[in-house]
Design a protein around this ligand. Sequence first.
Ligand code: SF4
Ligand code: SF4
Length: 334
Amino acid sequence: MNRFQSARSLFEQRSFFKIVCGAGNEDPVEVRRLTTVYTLAGASGIDLSADPGIVKSAVAGIADAGVLAEKLGRHITCRPFITVSVGLAGDPHIRKARINPETCIQCSLCKDVCEQEAVDLVFHIREEWCIGCGKCADVCEKGAISFFTHRKDLAALLPECLAAGAEMIELHAVTLDDEAVLKDWTLINSLVPDNYISICLDRSLLSDSHLTQRIRDAQAIAGERMIVQADGAPMSGGSDDFHTTLQAIATADIVAKSKIPVKILASGGTNAKTMELAELCGVKVHGVSIGTFARKLVRQHIASDEFDHDARIVQQAVEIAEILVRQTTHSKEI
Ligand code: SF4
Ligand code: SF4
């Protein structure tokens, strides 16, 4: 079985679990450790910032998992597929927050809500940790937080990411500009001729019919190699309840009902309840992408100074992560 067939098999079993490190997460140590933990826990995919150095960190994390597997008496059933995420200008997944020191009153509200701990003690945002979720700006009463985007040259960057070890590419396409989406999508399709490519869509700007048409146009280019990442409320995860994951399933329902032959991953607000809710609603998804919720579960372990020296810390993190992977991949027939 080649890698495309392996991925297809996981989708057909509806058991594709992707840990999302964050399109804006450029912390190599965190990425490497998260990759190690979730590889050992049975993840089938890792989603990363499109940065060759970060891809190399994930490759190193997979290698670390291989070494630790023997020590911890574990068996890695699948080498995770590395996906790099890119986005169109304006997409929240690729933006970074910035605090204006002139208007900031150092009230700490933003620091308290930042799940990435990206706001430091002097109210400066660490760019490499910020994932652009916008929670800080939502609570700032002084309007002191703005966003900026570094739009990279994809034609130069993506081949470097593939050479470093990425196998799939995901395009975050929260924009009304269909032409720009199809231009990037066509490029991505040409760069990955033999594996899946993914488009991440939500309903923040698009009507249901516009969303469906965009998928139809993209599928005409990618054919059977296409994933739709059905995004609920982007980067809203953290809570483990049906409410938080409802929008992801609602978006997936629209994609499934379109009958366009694509693989569907639920994302955005996904948590341990996502697959259960999909089943209750009769929505056939082929897997889940989980970011904030999955990272938060093992944050303390990942941040430990002893992580690289004490296999018991890794083991504890893997046991926690493994429960999430099992909850979201062992599904009933729909
Ligand atoms: S919430 Fe706004 S005012 Fe308060 S610390 Fe953050 S940026 Fe400054
Ligand atoms: S709350 Fe989100 S957007 Fe704000 S600093 Fe943290 S990660 Fe960045």
